[in-house]
Ligand binder design. Structure first.
Ligand SMILES: Nc1ncnc2c1ncn2[C@@H]1O[C@H](COP(=O)(O)OP(=O)(O)OP(=O)(O)O)[C@@H](O)[C@H]1O
Ligand SMILES: [Mg+2]
Length: 382
């Protein structure tokens, strides 16, 4: 898939942006704070209706230019030969604070997903193995969601039940916390949670071979790379529907076992919201043993595996958004990243403070200088 044109109005510091990207690589360069990441954020929003920087990710207020009430982003995106016009309007007021349109017609968000897939790679990702568990869960959930749009609804269903159960544990309801009510929530939470765990584990199993192979190429060290899922409950060896039922039964039991502790503290201790990922290098936990360079190589390999896997699943390569990654990689790994980018047939948007990090031929790229929220086609000689 590829973005033919992009525009943004009153979106962050992008007052009025119009950009015609290159079918292969679009390099956005400029000084700090000029709006490079904002452009990637606009693209990411068009793919996911979320931001990777706001909290919560669905919030719109920070995205609208200060002093303005509305913002718009839009793009013509081609996917498997079909071109569609995607548009998202954000508003500070009103019930529908984010309105989406496909080809000029208002659409539900469900219809929006799946038409435009983007994979973001940013410096924060490079800290994934040692970062907080929530960051790893977010990485995994985004990756699964890209391969299956309905996963978002499954996550939201789980989170809704979790919030209700936590409120009940704290006795926030009118009737306080009855054990009957808790049983109902436990049943629902275990069922919804098992679906998430099943999807995450299946995704990681699908990714394992590609991750191992990508790491071998990135590091040329002969060490094996692995990523394991740490669930709150023991997982069955098999995958599929019966496995999900088994996980649900395990989760139900765990909720029951934890009940006293949950009631004392007023929150649910176990479940996919508390699970984690762990990286291994040569069989050893990477967060404790691997060097900085090895940790970065692990993440680079993971992102490459994610992109390749998504390409296979979609039958079409996703659009890549690389936010200032080169400055964080050593020259050898940076060179490898560009080798990989040139091999795959993706369109990529790459931000940098210095175009000299960007090891791509002039024929394959279009460079824009980003200054004070405006992008100007560059005429520099590379
Ligand atoms: N809602 C908003 N309204 C107006 N300006 C905003 C808004 N949100 C952010 N900005 C401005 O956008 C700029 C930051 O843009 P961005 O993060 O894209 O910078 P950048 O070019 O990626 O910089 P760096 O190289 O440091 O990563 C800041 O100057 C910030 O003040
Ligand atoms: Mg930036």
């Amino acid at each position: 898939m590829y973005v033919r044109s992009l525009w943004a109005e009153r979106f962050r510091n992008l007052r009025r942006l119009e950009l015609e990207p290159h079918p292969r690589f679009t390099v956005l360069y400029g000084d700090n704070g000029q709006g490079k990441t904002n452009i990637l954020e606009a693209l990411y929003l068009l793919a996911t209706l979320r931001s990777f920087r706001t909290s919560p990710p669905g919030a719109v207020d920070d995205l609208i230019q200060m002093g303005e009430r509305k913002a718009t982003v839009g793009a013509w995106v081609e996917r498997l030969g079909v071109e569609r016009c995607l548009r998202v309007e954000m508003s500070r007021e009103g019930p529908g604070r984010k309105q989406v349109q496909i080809d000029g017609k208002t659409a539900r968000s469900g219809a929006f997903f799946g038409g435009f897939n983007a994979v973001l790679f940013c410096p924060d990702d490079l800290r994934l193995p040692k970062g907080p568990p929530a960051q790893r869960r977010r990485f995994l959930d985004r990756a699964v969601w890209n391969t299956r749009p309905t996963y978002l609804r499954e996550v939201q269903a789980y989170e809704r039940i979790l919030r209700s159960r936590n409120a009940l544990l704290r006795g926030e309801g009118r009737t306080g916390c009855s054990s009957q009510m808790l049983e109902v929530y436990d049943e629902q939470l275990a069922a919804a949670g098992a679906v998430l765990v099943g999807r995450r584990v299946a995704y990681l199993q699908d990714l394992a071979g590609g991750f191992h192979a990508a790491f071998a190429r990135v590091s040329r060290s002969g060490l094996s790379a692995e990523v394991r899922y740490h669930a709150s409950v023991p997982l069955p060896v098999e995958q599929g529907e019966t496995a999900v039922q088994q996980i649900a039964a395990q989760l139900r039991q765990r909720l029951l076992d934890d009940r006293r502790r949950d009631l004392q503290r007023g929150f649910t201790h176990s479940g996919p919201h508390a699970d984690d990922l762990e990286f291994f290098l040569g069989g050893q936990p990477a967060a404790a043993f691997a060097s900085q360079g090895q940790l970065r190589a692990l993440v680079l390999a993971l992102k490459i595996a994610e992109i390749c896997h998504l390409h296979t699943v979609l039958g079409d390569p996703p659009v890549l958004l690389l936010d200032d990654v080169s400055s964080e990689l050593d020259p050898r790994r940076n060179a490898y990243l560009f080798e990989f980018l040139q091999e795959i047939s993706c369109q990529g948007f790459i931000t940098t403070t210095s175009p000299r990090y960007i090891l791509l031929d002039a024929a394959e790229r279009r460079d824009f200088q980003v200054h004070a929220g405006e992008a100007t086609l560059a005429n520099h000689v590379l």
